[in-house]
Design a protein around this ligand. Structure first.
Ligand code: AMP
Length: 116
């Protein structure tokens, strides 16, 4: 069950300011406040999902929209060809700090692998 109030819900409601990049019926995208790459965008679903752990078959469209939005922004913002990274931290071991599903869209530099 998703919490009624968390940081990203407040951002979507406009109660906390954000640097909006994109919005549609399914997702809201905004610049990360502490970017770890020249481009660091967070794409979040409007549906109240805490993390990937909450996804069911019913959320397939919503989940797909996160990826479709990442691909669309990569093309629109001009880094699709150079490459980019999508990250969804899930739970404590992955370092998820905000309990609302979010996809990090990172671009503008080279990324190492394996991830830290
Ligand atoms: P995670 O660690 O995967 O849960 O990612 C949470 C992200 O939210 C971090 O990259 C933070 O820098 C970012 N963040 C925290 N507060 C804000 C805010 N007010 N506006 C934009 N991004 C934020």
């Amino acid at each position: 069950m998703s919490q009624n109030d968390n940081l990203f819900k407040k951002i979507m409601r406009g109660e906390i300011p954000s640097s909006k990049v994109y919005e549609d019926d399914y997702v809201y995208a905004f610049n990360d406040i502490s970017p770890t790459a020249p481009t660091h965008i967070l794409i979040i679903p409007k549906a109240p999902l805490d993390s990937l752990n909450e996804l069911t078959e019913d959320d397939a469209v919503t989940a797909g929209r996160l990826l479709v939005t990442a691909a669309k922004l990569a093309k629109q913002l001009g880094f699709a060809q150079d490459g980019y990274r999508c990250v969804i931290n899930t739970g404590a071991n992955a370092g998820q700090t905000v309990p609302h599903l979010h996809l990090h869209l990172l671009a503008g530099r080279e990324f190492g692998w394996p991830a830290g």
